[in-house]
Write a protein that binds this ligand. Structure first.
Ligand code: UN1
Length: 510
């Protein structure tokens, strides 16, 4: 139905296999990317092998030696041009995301915008990476710290943000002097190829080939090689908690560095004095946006008892008006989920919720938009039983299901919101400064998540803040603030510019 736009140059990529039937399979070394809207194959991708992986890493080590000696502001200039090229190709690239992962057009384009934003940020950073000067306890000594390029950065991404999550990592890594080895999800290899090709082409034209590298392969083969590779000092991985636990252990086993951005199970609290209009609109976007397939999607809603029926009624009415269908069609708000496994997980979660006493308020079924044979589900709201016991809500199901709970006191609401294993994003709607500050209490007794929003939903972070979460979310931070430090190594330098040996701690050794 839709094909990737020719301006993306996919046809020129030697990995690209046009005219696939969908039956190629892994034995042939070709992975077929499938359009989740129609279930039809889009194109195939020739997979990397242990051999091509090895070659990539060996070559990347040479690229790193070249790149690290390029002054940081010049590296920033390369990133600036990459950002410009992303601007130029924002629409076709965003549309490719719609075709390959089913995001609605606005969200596909918005994701590329997120890469553009982080590129802009990285350009500024390239002139600001600095170290501190620290007073020395000894006369005629200077202490300072400097930040040095780290080396090869392995970036493992999930299907749901096949462009921006790479951008957060690769744009920062590039200005920091590192070479990126990107292993994208096999559910979104075409977006990755198109994205990486833009960066690689710009850098190569400017005389810096090989800074942005892509390895496409299975988790079992290429993923395992990458995470176990001592030549790759940092692995930045996005995906499920289970995946992160494995990656974390393998990387720790070789004393490498890990940046993990794993599952979320994000909640919104709506207090009695909230602006319900704002709370409704924000929570609908948070829970059904990207068909509930963001790590930041809203999965739980805690509502003050006095307004619970009113808010759930408004939400249900909003859900009923949502157009589910072709993500590229005007007016569609919810596209397909990524595949049959998600449909199965959706069904199983709803069955469990029912068994556990949950009541389906709206949705709960497979959706069948006319003429489309892909994987669609209805955005769903489930009310927990009066006991608030609904064990399934502690799990992250990557689908548009929202569980609703009722509370009486804000302390109770915060406790429930913090009662899950994951700690990515959280939000509260209130007009009260006391409630707001209770949620953000600097003593740490409020939200236990890496992201906390007031009068905003749980998804849709700007790149300027550090992005990531606590507990089983993995603790990593990407994008803005001082996240760049993960991509560099710190060196504490002490210079004696006097003529005498002076030992620290006043030790005399004469
Ligand atoms: C993700 O789902 O892995 O905050 C990333 C957001 C986006 C990023 C989501 N800026 O929802």
């Amino acid at each position: 139905m839709h094909t990737p736009h020719e301006s993306l140059g996919l046809e020129q990529d030697p990995r690209y296999v046009a005219n696939v039937t969908g039956r190629e399979g892994l034995e042939s070394g070709i992975e077929v990317s499938v359009n989740p809207t129609t279930g039809e194959p889009i194109a195939g991708v020739r997979l990397d092998t242990a051999e091509t992986y090895e070659r990539t890493i060996v070559e990347a080590q040479d690229s790193f030696k070249m790149w690290r000696s390029v002054p940081a502001p010049v590296r920033g200039e390369v990133v600036r041009r990459i950002g410009e090229e992303m601007r130029r190709l924002r629409e076709p690239l965003g549309e490719l995301e719609s075709i390959e992962v089913g995001k609605i057009r606005a969200e596909g384009i918005g994701e590329v915008q997120e890469t553009i934003d982080i590129a802009d940020y990285a350009v500024g950073l390239s002139r600001m990476i600095g170290g501190r000067t620290i007073p020395s306890e000894r006369p005629a000594h200077r202490m300072m710290e400097q930040w040095l390029p780290l080396g090869l950065v392995g970036v493992v991404t999930a299907f749901n943000f096949p462009n921006a999550v790479w951008g957060w990592n690769a744009m920062l890594a590039a200005v920091c002097g590192d070479v990126t080895i990107w292993k994208p999800s096999l559910l979104a290899p075409l977006t990755a190829m198109a994205t990486n090709a833009i960066a690689d082409r710009v850098a190569t034209e400017m005389g810096y080939p090989g800074v942005f590298r892509l390895v496409i392969g299975t988790d079992d083969e290429i993923g395992e090689l990458l995470i176990a590779d001592r030549r790759v000092p940092l692995i930045s991985a996005t995906g499920s908690c289970g995946m992160g636990r494995h990656v974390g252990q393998v990387v720790a086993g070789r004393l490498g560095r890990c940046l993990l951005e794993l599952g979320g199970n994000n909640a919104v609290i709506v207090d009695k004095d909230a602006d319900l209009d704002l709370a409704t609109k924000s929570t609908v976007f948070g829970s059904v946006g990207t068909a509930g397939q963001r790590c930041t999607s809203t999965r739980r809603l805690y509502v003050h008892r006095s307004i619970a029926d009113e808010l759930v009624g408004r939400m249900a009415r909003a859900y009923e008006t949502i157009t589910i269908g072709d993500p590229l069609a005007e007016g569609t708000l919810v596209g397909p989920v990524i595949g049959q496994r998600t449909v199965d997980a959706f069904r199983s979660a709803i069955a469990k919720a029912r068994e556990q006493g949950g009541e389906v308020v709206v949705g709960g079924e497979i959706a069948e938009p006319e003429g489309l044979d892909g994987w669609f589900v209805q955005p769903t709201i489930i009310r927990a039983p009066a006991s608030n016991e609904l064990p399934i809500s502690k799990e992250e199901t990557f689908a548009p299901i929202l569980y609703v709970f009722t509370y009486d006191t804000i302390d109770e609401a915060i406790e429930m919101q913090n009662s899950v294993d994951q700690g990515l994003s959280s939000a509260i709607f209130t007009e009260s400064i006391r409630t707001c500050e209770r949620f953000l209490n600097p003593d740490g007794s409020g939200s236990d998540c890496g992201l906390a929003y007031v009068n905003l939903g749980t998804s849709g972070a700007e790149i300027g803040g550090a992005f990531g979460g606590e507990k089983d979310t993995g603790g990593g931070r990407e994008a803005g603030s001082d996240s760049w430090k993960a991509y560099m190594r710190r060196q504490s330098c002490t210079i004696n510019f006097g003529g005498e040996l002076r030992l620290a701690q006043g030790i005399r050794f004469e």
